[in-house]
Design a protein around this ligand. Structure first.
Ligand SMILES: [Ca+2]
Ligand SMILES: [Ca+2]
Length: 420
């Protein structure tokens, strides 16, 4: 232990000794003195205890050392107390050091050179390199020759394809005309193995898996607008996934990639699910969901969600929502003005499913909100007043029967009718 520590003296930063009475400059100009002081510090009983504690923390996963060596264990105190530490994903370090990206790569099934080929020659996001490699290396030999690559790339007419078509061709199963969630698994696997912003998850494979599935759900939520689970080339072209993947390539801090990949977004989604799923069987029922956002939802809207009107649950257990279903719900709830969010809530309110919202339908959901306002001794806002505002805002030519006009402003209604 001590031998290892002394071995690090060469890279010792005098500032880290935190000796106010000695100028760091003096220490820098006299490395021997710094080394002496460091050895002295190592021999102190307090240091021994500190190292021991750090080791225990590291083993139990309660703290971590960030890039500058500062202890960040205190961040775990921010976790809600109902989460057992082992079941909560680790918090991501706020920022990573500015070391070059290439230095952080770990060897995977595809070499660094192949990653460079994927990015620089094929102009594809580098996280596609493993999938591309396997696509060309049909015999699983672990080697791709120049001729094989040229055959695939030139012979397969990849040069003439646009980026989305290239990506689609590489990811999809040969006998299919769409992409499934499973087709994205190797991409997420490669991302987790190579992105410096996700390195801290290495020791918690269960959260790597959760992060990966959450990202895929988010991609499908926004891009697979048909909701079939079968992502078509047309949908891929209309979406912004490739731009997001290219952003991932250029950005060391994954949390800055707000489209799909932010770890912090995953963290919030997963922790909210975990908090509602009190018995932790990975399913939540309507009584669990009613507690969402400090009881923000009304019973009527929760009933609609559990009647699977806005979206059919993927969960196989009757009357219960699985994690994927929850991700769809929370994305709609948190971003009500997005296209899929609007559609989700529109379907909730459209009681007869005829694609048109009528005052009666809106009033049905508003009644519950009105009663709540009364209970909380708030001055109730009459439905008629809200209706007038809506009509003023959109000025529908044929009253509220104008279906097309309903969509763009339904987000305004939704905020009032579904949750408070
Ligand atoms: Ca449960
Ligand atoms: Ca209707």
């Amino acid at each position: 232990m001590e031998v290892e520590a002394v071995g690090d003296v060469a890279s010792l930063d005098p500032d880290s000794l935190q000796l106010p009475e000695l100028s760091p400059l003096a220490l820098k100009s006299n490395p021997f003195l710094a080394e002496e002081l460091f050895s002295l510090w190592l021999s102190l009983p307090e240091t021994g205890r500190l190292v021991k504690n750090l080791l225990t923390d590291a083993r139990t996963g309660t703290s971590s050392l960030n890039a500058t060596g500062n202890l960040t264990g205190s961040t775990t105190n921010l976790l809600p107390s109902m989460f057992p530490a082992a079941s909560t994903p680790p918090l991501s370090p706020r920022s990573t050091s500015g070391s070059p990206r290439i230095g952080k790569q770990r060897s995977g099934p595809s070499s660094l050179e192949f990653k460079a080929i994927t990015k620089d020659i094929c102009k594809l996001p580098s996280v596609l390199s493993t999938t591309l490699f396997r696509k060309i290396d049909v015999n699983n030999s672990g080697i791709v020759t120049r001729d094989q690559f040229v055959d695939y790339w030139i012979g397969g007419n990849m040069l003439t394809m646009d980026l989305a078509t290239r990506m689609y061709t590489i990811l999809k199963q040969p006998d299919r005309r769409y992409l499934t969630q499973d087709d994205f698994k190797p991409v997420l696997h490669e991302l987790l193995a190579s992105h410096p912003g996700l390195e801290f998850l290495q020791n918690t494979p269960e959260f790597q898996e959760r992060y990966a599935e959450t990202v895929v759900y988010r991609i499908f939520y926004y891009i697979n607008r048909s909701g079939t689970g079968r992502l078509t080339l047309r949908e891929l072209k209309r979406g912004n996934l490739i731009a997001a993947l290219q952003h991932v390539d250029d950005e060391e801090d994954i949390n800055k990639v707000l489209r799909y990949f932010s770890y912090e977004h995953f963290y919030v989604i997963y922790c909210k699910f975990w908090e509602l799923d009190t018995d932790h069987d990975f399913l939540i029922d309507n009584e669990n969901l009613i507690r969402y956002g400090n009881h923000a939802l009304t019973y009527r809207i929760v009933d609609r969600i559990f009647s699977q009107i806005p979206r059919k649950f993927r969960s196989k257990v009757e009357g219960k929502m699985g994690y994927e279903d929850f991700v769809y719900f929370i994305l709609s709830e948190e971003d009500k003005s997005s296209e899929p969010g609007l559609e989700y809530w529109f379907k909730c309110i459209d009681l007869d499913g005829n694609g048109v919202l009528t005052p009666t339908e809106m009033q049905f959901f508003y009644e519950e909100q009105l009663r709540r306002m009364e209970c909380m001794a708030q001055e109730p806002v009459l439905f008629e007043d809200i209706l007038c505002q809506i009509v003023d805002m959109i000025g529908p030519e044929r009253g509220l029967q104008e279906k097309v006009a309903v969509l763009p402003w339904s987000c305004v209604l939704i905020n009032g009718f579904c949750s408070n």
